[in-house]
Ligand binder design. Structure first.
Ligand SMILES: Nc1ncnc2c1ncn2[C@@H]1O[C@H](COP(=O)(O)OP(=O)(O)O)[C@@H](O)[C@H]1O
Ligand SMILES: [Mg+2]
Length: 337
């Protein structure tokens, strides 16, 4: 992994308009992503974890340009993508690819997998026409499928094989960054590890960088170098993998970790059961978003600024318990300006 930053997400926001008044002005906003900042270095795998609905996919979709951010910056390889025109932005689409959660829904059922993988190669003029077939076979082999499968249709494959096709299609354009949006959630548990290992191997082979989205911490444990934990549109904690799993500081991360079943009878942690439901992102609680369910809640959480603070090297936490830890990112920004 290099020290160079490939993706720098700064104060990213996405608000969806839920209700408009008679004059077409928004009267109710769903704050799917609310001021999220993180960086991913070249060659790094950054895991993004949180319960369903916390805004993970929305972040992924903004990075691959399926959604336009409400506010904030997405800086890719030194270029601020959010400041580009639609036409200039399109030039970067090739460099950032998305692997979807449901491989069946993301592959055109009327096309053979050969055509599905060839399509982006032809559209981007990456190979002369007579070399495309060879390239498709090469890509199928890379993801562990036989080149002879290219004339088959998506329905002829199992879930795991279809996800391999999705990965081959993403690799076809030789991307720099791949956003993997819960790529194994729809697969059988026995197949999940195979696909995760494949993604891990491909990362080394093609020098890729990953934003790896999952809803549980157990899935990203193997593949990620660093992990960010999200709750209701906000980042709660970011830390290197080992540090996050052994020394989780945010009570929400502690609860997520306690939900992972352990096979070691000597190492069974007490499960932290959170009370209540996740509040609606339409009317999120003021202050810390997690405070309505937090088991370490104290006075002042309702007005806490929810800024990530560096508690120890590379370990950032947004929690009232660590408010004194040092300057938050907002102060850093002010200094730089
Ligand atoms: N196109 C959309 N229009 C309105 N609300 C949306 C849209 N996409 C996502 N949302 C809402 O944004 C929130 C975050 O969704 P999402 O990013 O898909 O969560 P996750 O991937 O973490 O499960 C959810 O409350 C979801 O209902
Ligand atoms: Mg999602």
């Amino acid at each position: 992994m290099s020290e160079e930053v490939l993706l720098d997400v700064q104060h990213l926001k996405k608000y969806f308009v839920v209700e408009k008044n008679f004059f077409g002005q928004p009267t109710s906003l769903l704050k799917a992503v609310d001021d999220v900042s993180f960086q991913i270095k070249k060659g790094e795998a950054f895991g993004l974890v949180g319960e369903s609905g916390c805004g993970k996919s929305t972040i992924g979709k903004m990075i691959v340009d399926l959604y336009t951010p409400t506010d904030g910056k997405i800086i890719f390889n030194g270029t601020d993508l959010s400041a580009l025109s639609k036409k200039d932005r399109r030039k970067y689409c090739k460099d950032i690819q998305l692997i979807f959660q449901d491989p069946y829904a993301s592959l055109n059922p009327r096309m053979t997998i050969g055509d599905i993988i060839a399509e982006p190669i032809l559209t981007n003029h990456l190979r002369p026409k007579n070399e495309v077939e060879k390239r498709v076979e090469e890509l199928l082999n890379c993801v562990g499928l036989s080149g002879s499968y290219r004339n088959r249709y998506p329905y002829e494959f199992s879930g795991g094989q279809r996800q391999r096709v999705g990965i081959a299609r993403a690799l076809a354009v030789e991307p720099k960054l791949i956003v993997c949006d819960e790529p194994v959630s729809a697969l059988d548990v026995s197949i999940q590890a195979q696909v995760l290992n494949l993604l891990d191997d491909l990362k080394e082979e093609f020098n890729l960088t990953y934003l790896f989205i999952a809803h549980g911490l157990n899935v990203v444990k193997h593949i990620s170098d660093r992990v960010g934990v999200m709750y209701l549109g906000k980042l709660m904690e970011i830390a290197p993998k080992g540090e996050l799993y052994h020394n989780p500081l945010n009570p929400y991360t502690q609860a997520l970790l306690s939900a992972i079943p352990s096979v070691d009878p000597n190492n069974r942690k007490k499960r932290i059961v959170l009370e209540g439901d996740v509040p609606s992102p339409i009317d999120p609680p003021a202050g810390c978003r997690f405070c309505s369910r937090c088991f370490k809640r104290m006075d002042g959480c309702e007005s806490f600024d929810s800024i990530l603070r560096e508690v120890s090297p590379n370990h950032h936490v947004a929690c009232k318990l660590y408010e004194q830890a040092g300057p938050g990112e907002a102060e850093h920004d002010k200094k730089e300006a």
